[in-house]
Design a protein around this ligand. Structure first.
Ligand code: RP5
Length: 147
């Protein structure tokens, strides 16, 4: 069982997926990466999300980025969406991900902000893990003192 599932819409999103996983690893949070497109693999995606034991999903996609919303439709666990810049400066993906209808939220981070997605996932897990909470406090303290 992994704590965080990182789902990317295409192999071409791999760099951002790995950036999110690196951040998770820095806090000793285990994760797994899956390449599943909302448009190309809709059935496999639904099946994977419904069976997953992960506590948080990080979803990364560009263009008409349906992936985060579709993942959120198949789980009641927290879903974080990362819009990826492919065309239009990433605004297309940002608007697709952030403008979810009432009832199916996606926590959207900035365009290409995979590291922040990783950190947000750590913060969610830290709500029920005091040692993880302390690691975040340390991380913030170090960043504050490094200018
Ligand atoms: C989206 O379309 C993917 O998330 C990716 O960011 C974008 C382009 O995908 P490829 O054409 O590179 O597979 O579905």
């Amino acid at each position: 069982m992994v704590s965080v599932s990182v789902i990317i819409g295409s192999e071409s999103d791999k760099e951002l997926g790995e950036a999110a996983m690196e951040m998770l690893k820095a806090f000793d949070v285990d994760s797994e990466l899956r390449v599943l497109s909302a448009h190309r693999n809709p059935k496999q995606l639904a099946d994977y999300v419904e069976k997953s034991e992960a506590k948080v999903f990080i979803t990364i996609a560009g263009l008409a980025a349906a992936l985060p919303g579709v993942v959120a439709a198949h789980t009641v666990k927290p879903v974080i969406g990362v819009p990826k810049e492919v065309k239009l400066g990433g605004i297309d993906a940002l608007l697709s991900i952030v403008q979810m209808p009432t009832g199916i939220p996606v926590a959207t981070v900035g365009i290409d902000s995979a590291k922040n997605a990783g950190l947000l996932a750590v913060e969610i897990l830290a709500l029920s893990d005091i040692s993880l909470n302390n690691k975040i406090v340390d991380y913030r303290r170090k960043r504050a003192s490094s200018g």
